[in-house]
Write a protein that binds this ligand. Structure first.
Ligand SMILES: *Cc1c(COP(=O)(O)O)cnc(C)c1O
Length: 396
């Protein structure tokens, strides 16, 4: 046979790597096209369940491995991976709700989940209402025939109230309503979402893997886990429609970070508590929000249901005499805290919030300007010194 062109030779090269490779890191397999052995193989039905390959969008050995490990982290049976935490929220709401249904969302839910419920779901004929996650009796009174999904978040975003999970879930169980937990805060470490107390677990647990699972502040990814196969299949069906795909290098980064997830979670937890407690002693502060602090809303519920773990977040409400300009000046005066969204990465972050715009129900919190801190992996003493010098800027 005459010699083929270089491009043809390179594309159809006969070398195959030898079998028998084994190492701890998982290979990074990338493809849009997955090759079939022959047409008979092509025509064979392949369920998209992580057990066969059909097309790169539906999974590769790399992404199936991550899905299996996240399912284990969440004590679940099934896991779908998506390109961001928000994509996971959207998958759950669109996958489980239909026109005429109503979803109940906690008032302190992650901001983009609130926005999805207020802006997009009504366009599909889906109604929403916000509930107080600390008032299980009031919540139960809101459940109706139309309620098909209840979102839970523990602890809630920014203000970190810990919900009455057991009370809320007992009401959902009584009325046969599906529960979906945004478990980004717990990350599979603080508590088991499918076994929060004996016999009490949520139906769906989603996470922004962007946070702890990645840990590097360099990846956006999400997961949706279930124990129930029928529920998983409903979600998987929507997953296909939405065309959610993942970059396999991002999958690789999360796989690389999972072995240190628990160590990072516990180390960041310890520094966060130390700093939250120190902030509590400061005269400029009206309230510190962290579920482990006795005065933080929902503290007793946190004690009931968790293994006493907590994420790297706390918020401070400054006394009302401090104006938003002064509080902004405090944040600007911090040198070790970046100003920006997200959390659970190596660098500590601080963001001032105006809570009035993102809550519908009356507040249980002290009045005043809120700053949310995400504690990274720096030494807690260095962070405390930085907070102390910036508080001087607040007064000045
Ligand atoms: C960050 C976050 C999300 C969204 O994750 P992205 O990957 O940034 O889209 C969802 N829920 C909670 C609680 C989060 O903190």
């Amino acid at each position: 046979m005459s010699k083929r062109a270089i491009s043809t030779e390179q594309i159809h090269h006969p070398y195959r790597d030898p079998e028998g490779w084994d190492a701890h890191p998982v290979g990074v397999f990338k493809a849009s096209t997955v090759l079939f052995k022959n047409t008979a193989d092509l025509h064979q039905y392949r369920p998209r369940d992580g057990k066969s390959y059909r097309y790169g969008l539906h999974g590769t050995p790399t992404s199936y491995t991550l899905a299996a490990r996240i399912a284990t982290l969440e004590s679940a049976e099934h896991c779908l991976l998506v390109p961001s935490g928000l994509a996971a929220v959207t998958l759950v709401s669109l996958g489980l709700l239909r026109p005429g249904d109503e979803v109940l969302v906690p008032d302190n839910v992650y901001g983009q989940n609130r926005y999805l419920s207020e802006s997009l779901l009504p366009q599909f004929g889906i109604q929403y209402r916000f509930y107080d996650p600390l008032d299980a009796a009031g919540f139960e009174a809101m459940l109706s025939e139309k309620t098909k999904l209840v979102w839970l978040e523990a602890a809630g975003s920014i203000t970190l109230e810990f919900p009455d999970l057991l009370g809320l879930m007992a009401a959902c169980k009584k009325h046969g309503v599906i529960t979906a937990l945004d478990n980004t805060w717990g990350s599979g470490v603080a508590f088991n979402p499918f076994e929060i107390a004996p016999g009490v677990g949520v139906d769906v647990s989603m996470q922004a893997l962007t946070k702890y699972a990645s840990g590097g502040a360099d990846v956006l990814m999400g997961s949706v886990c279930t124990r129930d196969l029928a529920l998983h299949e409903r979600l998987n069906h929507m997953h296909e429609h939405l065309g959610y795909g993942l970059g396999q290098n991002d999958v690789e980064l999360v796989l690389r970070a999972l072995p240190t997830l628990e160590l990072r979670y516990r180390a960041q937890d310890a520094s966060t508590r130390a700093l939250a407690e120190w902030m509590l002693s400061r005269p400029e502060v009206a309230q510190v929000l962290h579920p482990a602090l006795p005065d933080s809303p929902g503290h007793a519920y946190w004690q009931q249901t968790s293994s006493a773990g907590a994420a790297c977040l706390f918020s401070v409400i400054f006394k009302p005499e401090y104006s938003s300009v002064q509080v902004d000046a405090f944040v600007d005066a911090l040198s070790l805290f970046g100003i920006g969204y997200s959390w659970a990465g190596p660098m500590s972050l601080a963001v001032p919030y105006d809570m009035g715009r993102s809550r519908s129900l009356p507040s249980r919190l002290a009045p005043g300007r809120v700053v949310r801190f995400a504690i990274g992996l720096e030494a807690a003493d260095d962070l405390q010194a930085d907070l102390a010098q910036a508080l001087a800027a607040l007064a000045g």
